[in-house]
Design a binder for this molecule. Structure first.
Ligand code: GSH
Length: 210
């Protein structure tokens, strides 16, 4: 019997990139949308103590949280799908660098943009200032990674860090067309990634559920 992965989360969250990775790997998986009511969240916290989306149960039952770690793991666990450079190579080192960069420097300001009241003891009172700073940080870090696109993050080699970047840039709270006009390489990158069948499939599924 083939044991499947089980991806938990909610639509249009960090589960998106992991969902694409499972599709790209052609791995057997089950997708579980978690409802946000108290009882469902209590059940989810028993699986994933952070209570954040996503969580990934591996085929042997091990449960992971942290989306970047899931993407690295899936890339390594499915070498035949060529979703990351071979481990131990300099290309893999750069893959790890950009995965951590995306998690620490793009996902992090996104959370400050969307949940600004959590980042000050004054709550809502400081939310506009927290959001403004987060937006500036997100844009600065997007500009840095955007300057390296040729056309993918790793040059001519597509990898799961492209899926991660695609998901994160889509969370820009401003005008996306304007963003791509300012950072044309990012616009080209987004169009390339959106055209991948796995991405289009997952995007339609999340749009239909969200
Ligand atoms: N570092 C975590 C962040 C996960 C995260 O914060 N996910 C968001 C959705 S994109 C979430 O669960 N938000 C709900 C909340 O914080 O209450 C990861 O990369 O998996």
């Amino acid at each position: 019997m083939t044991h499947a992965y089980r991806l938990y989360g909610w639509p249009n969250s960090g589960a998106f990139a992991v969902h694409v990775a499972l599709e790209e790997a052609r791995a057997p998986y089950e997708r579980v949308w978690v409802a946000r009511d108290e009882a469902s969240m209590a059940r989810f916290r028993a699986i994933n103590p952070t209570g954040k989306s996503p969580a990934l149960a591996l085929p042997d039952g091990t449960v992971m949280f942290e989306s970047a770690a899931m993407l690295v793991h899936l890339g390594l666990a499915h070498p035949g799908s060529h979703l990351c450079p071979p481990p131990g190579t300099s290309r893999h080192a750069l893959f790890l660098q950009w995965m951590v960069f995306c998690s620490a420097n793009l996902y992090e300001p996104v959370l400050r943009m969307y949940y600004p009241e959590r980042y000050s003891s004054r709550g809502e009172a400081d939310a506009p200032a927290v959001r403004e700073r987060a937006t500036a940080d997100f844009l600065a870090n997007l500009t840095l990674i955007g300057s390296r696109l040729a056309p993918y993050v790793l040059g001519l080699e597509y990898s799961l860090v492209d899926v991660y970047l695609y998901m994160l840039q889509a969370w820009w709270s401003g005008d996306r067309e304007q963003l791509h006009a300012t950072l044309p390489a990012l616009g080209t990158h987004a169009a390339l990634i959106a055209a991948r069948p796995a991405v289009a499939k997952v995007e339609a599924e999340h749009a239909g559920a969200g």
